[in-house]
Design a protein. Structure first.
Length: 223
């Protein structure tokens, strides 16, 4: 049986970082719709062309595009054991579509975990972040600089990238979108008894430990 985990929380709550850790721990695949859209923009696909300006404005891309993207992705072999949804669902129609999709595959959303954060800290958290261009390792100007300035700890490369939408103005718009369109998902899952909260302001290892306590101690492959 597969496990499917949804990580919720505003931009900058740590969903991507924690999803990567859970991916390694449980042998699940991280499905980051933001990463998928950025790849589509970089590749210049029809979806990428439609999404680019919307993403740069800090708005949400149409549900129909996202649902089709997740539906395709869940059909791929590496998602067979289950997935960690990072950045999806972001609207109630997306949450409903995900439930329908998983049910049609004989699966369900097993855990919905909200990373609870102090929003005043988010603009600084997000606007200082950057990643290694070669291996994708994540850093932060203040909270997690590379050990040697300008060199990636993980792979030794010296080129880094910052997301176009990680500037302070766009981050504020992304937070407004979160409140208007994504926060209504919380009562949707709460009403189904599936929502748990974890303190996303604790240090990264502590957040991971709390997530693992919620998900349980299934070894990879036992799910
Ligand atoms: P993220 O990397 O999750 O912060 O997503 C970056 C941007 O991609 C968002 O600000 C949206 O413009 C778009 N995006 C990602 N996931 C979704 C989604 N599930 N629904 C709508 N737009 C999305």
């Amino acid at each position: 049986m597969a496990i499917n985990i949804v990580l919720l929380g505003p931009p900058g709550a740590g969903k991507g970082t924690q999803a990567k850790r859970l991916e390694a721990r449980y042998g699940l695949v991280q499905l980051s719709t933001g990463d998928m859209l950025r790849a589509a923009v970089a590749a210049g696909t029809a979806t990428g062309l439609r999404a680019k300006a919307v993403m740069e404005a800090g708005k949400l891309v149409d549900d129909e595009i996202l649902i089709a993207m997740i539906s395709d992705r869940l059909g791929q072999a590496d998602a067979r054991r289950g997935a960690i949804f990072d950045g999806f669902p972001r609207t109630v129609p997306q949450a409903e579509a995900l439930d329908r999709l998983l049910v049609s595959m004989g699966r369900r959303v097993d855990h919905v975990i909200e990373l609870q954060v102090d929003e005043a800290a988010l603009v600084e958290r997000i606007s200082g972040r950057f990643t290694c261009k070669s291996c994708g390792a994540g850093y932060h100007d203040r909270f997690q600089p590379p050990r040697v300035a300008g060199i990636c700890d993980a792979c030794g490369a010296s080129e880094f990238v910052r997301r176009a939408d990680d500037n302070a103005d766009t981050v504020r718009r992304r937070l407004a979108e979160y409140h208007a369109k994504t926060a209504p998902i919380l009562p949707y899952y709460r009403a189904r008894g599936r929502l748990r909260g974890v303190d996303g302001m604790a240090d990264m290892d502590r957040v991971t430990a709390e997530l693992e306590a919620v998900v349980g101690s299934l070894p990879p492959g036992a799910a």
